[in-house]
Design a binder for this molecule. Structure first.
Ligand code: FE2
Length: 407
């Protein structure tokens, strides 16, 4: 379901915008300013950039007598839209000690008031679809706020927790089964009447040979066995780029695993926890997912296989760490970890990005990345769907990425 389908667009706007501030609420202004790596942005930057999106693509284009909140913000908070103009360098977002967090909050309030006025006035009847895109964009950033913050907190030897809430009690994982799919001629891509991103279109036919998918994600316990069996020391398991990173010491275990005298632990948004063997392994690269699959005589699914299977899966999520698989059938397709596929991120046949700068949203990233399917524990409710295509370079590990096997 898209954001606006069952809900007035103004209510959706207030709800989604409010959620970003809730995510930031437990954080200090120091927490919100720092940047741990070029791929991860400061919380303050996310709060400002999501506001910039509405200011630039809606107010600037549709508000009568538009005056920017601050003329410098057009460059400071432009992420990657070359059609808009100059951008502050991505790797230097953490150096922006000014504007202050309070000023960014004031920026949000000002833009929110003006977008609400524009929506209520009916002066720009075509803007609902753009507002919806802005809200979907903000939800993508809400997930990044949590994963970027996790990466930042993990650089601190104190391993501070984001939340004081204890992690849910661990449960045993459902046994791993295999689910058979006949395949055949399949329709892939978004086919509904609600919102989707342009990269999910056009819906098109593709042929699938019969395949099997694992009923759940690979667990920490299973992945630990792979490590103990020498998985990171056997070059025959690895794609060349992945093996180079293993040899360089960049990839030795999942990103947030910590080996102590008393066994493995894992840094989470709840702080450091003993590694729970039943929860899905997460924060692995595509190289690690592929090597693990090869080690157990399986492979990663293609994105078409994944989507074909996911039409019967349930949505889920809403936690700060993925939970163990529980139940029967095809489990953890949504709401636990994004699942690496064997598919390169490429345009569907007949794909056409939107005209203008907004067309830069997805299309120009269709190079050197792999598709991930599903959603994670950090994905906002209502954001994911079976046709959703997430994408990252094969080495990216700071998202909640996990492994589903196929045969
Ligand atoms: Fe963005």
């Amino acid at each position: 379901m898209g954001i606006g389908q069952r809900e007035d667009i103004l209510h959706a706007y207030q709800r989604v915008r409010g959620r970003s501030l809730e995510i930031a609420a437990p954080l200090s202004s120091e927490d919100c300013c720092a940047q741990s790596m070029p791929d991860a942005s400061p919380i303050k930057w996310h709060l400002a950039h999501t506001t910039w999106f509405f200011e630039t693509f809606i107010l600037e284009a549709h508000e009568a007598g538009f005056v920017p909140f601050h003329p410098a913000f057009r460059v400071l908070f432009n992420s990657y839209y070359n059609g808009i103009g100059a951008k502050h360098p991505r790797a230097q977002r953490g150096l922006l000690t000014r504007p202050s967090l309070d000023e960014v909050r004031a920026y949000r309030l000002d833009v929110d008031r003006r977008v609400a006025h524009l929506l209520a006035s009916g002066a720009a009847p075509g803007i609902a679809a753009l507002v919806e895109l802005g809200l979907q964009h903000e939800q993508q950033h809400q997930e990044l706020m949590l994963t970027d913050l996790k990466h930042l907190l993990a650089q601190n030897p104190l391993y501070p927790a984001y939340t004081v809430q204890p992690m849910e009690e661990g449960e045993p994982a459902a046994p791993l089964g295999w689910i058979d799919f006949d395949g055949g001629l399949a329709e892939i891509g978004y086919g509904g009447n609600g919102f989707c991103f342009d990269n999910e279109l056009p819906r098109h036919r593709t042929y699938l040979d019969p395949f099997r998918l694992a009923s759940r994600l690979v667990t920490n316990g299973e992945y630990r066995t792979f490590i103990e069996a020498g998985g990171y020391r056997d070059p025959s398991l690895w794609l060349a780029e992945g093996w180079d990173r293993v040899c360089a010491g960049e990839i030795t275990q999942p990103l947030y695993w910590i080996e102590e005298d008393d066994g493995w632990h894992e840094f989470t948004l709840h702080g450091v926890q003993p590694l729970d063997p039943a929860r899905p392994v997460t924060h692995v690269s595509m190289y690690e997912a592929d090597a693990y699959a090869r080690w157990c005589g399986a492979r990663l699914p293609t994105e078409a296989e994944w989507e074909f299977a996911a039409r019967q899966a349930l949505l889920g999520g809403g936690a700060l760490h993925p939970e163990a698989a529980n139940g029967d059938g095809l489990l953890q397709m949504f709401g636990a970890c994004w699942q690496w596929t064997a598919s390169s991120y490429a345009p569907y046949p007949g794909y056409a990005p939107a005209a203008g700068a907004i067309g830069e949203y997805n299309g120009k990233f269709m190079v050197n990345q792999y598709v991930l399917r599903g959603s994670s524990c950090a994905t906002p409710d209502g954001h994911a769907r079976a046709s959703y295509r997430n994408f990252f370079p094969a080495g990216a590990r700071w998202q909640f990425t996990g492994i589903r096997l196929a045969r």
